[in-house]
Design a protein around this ligand. Sequence first.
Ligand SMILES: O=C(O)C(=O)C[C@H](O)[C@H](O)COP(=O)(O)O
Length: 210
Amino acid sequence: MTRPNLPAIIDAASVIPVLTVEDMETAAPLARALAAGGLKVIELTLRTPIALDAMKGMQDAAPELMVGMGTVRTPEDAARSAREGAAFLVSPGLTPALGEAMLATGLACLPGVATAGEAMAAREQGFEVLKFFPAEPAGGIAYLKALAGPLPDVRFCPTGSISRERAPDYLGLKNVVCVGGSWIAEAKDIASGNWAAITANARAAQAMKR
Ligand SMILES: O=C(O)C(=O)C[C@H](O)[C@H](O)COP(=O)(O)O
């Protein structure tokens, strides 16, 4: 079953920046900085209490961005994020209850998996594009290559300790549709308002092709 907006997200993004907003004041300029670099899709983590407000602030500041929520861990996280207007949902792992709640939102979802068995369970539940997390510690490029033979119908968005230097190698794999990473907007650049650096990183990320 293909979620209606999943192709739109995958087509628009080779690299999805994973962002954590600690201070509401930074949400709008951060969104504008990323959009100025040409990015269309961003993932905002639910790691801070202001995350859902920050999502709305980013959508208002840069309506051309598809803002998804990451760190979705519970059925309630999924339902609340969808209700508040998330464009898509990303989780670090998957449980049966979380999977049901994600599917019930009707949104594009990238549930997290780290093993062949988890990928098979996610596929059984109806997900065809999965976050491979934490990509580097879980086996990285070699692991993804090994999954391509037995699981040809599963595609991945590897995320977790992927550097800008490593991202093109991941994007060269046939079962990888996009990569996620925090290097585009690092905490220190967000905190210091170094929007020019974030725009430059976004531009370089957007230029990476799969
Ligand atoms: O919070 C979440 O939802 C996560 O699952 C973890 C993040 O996707 C990674 O932490 C990305 O950050 P880097 O590893 O620095 O690229």
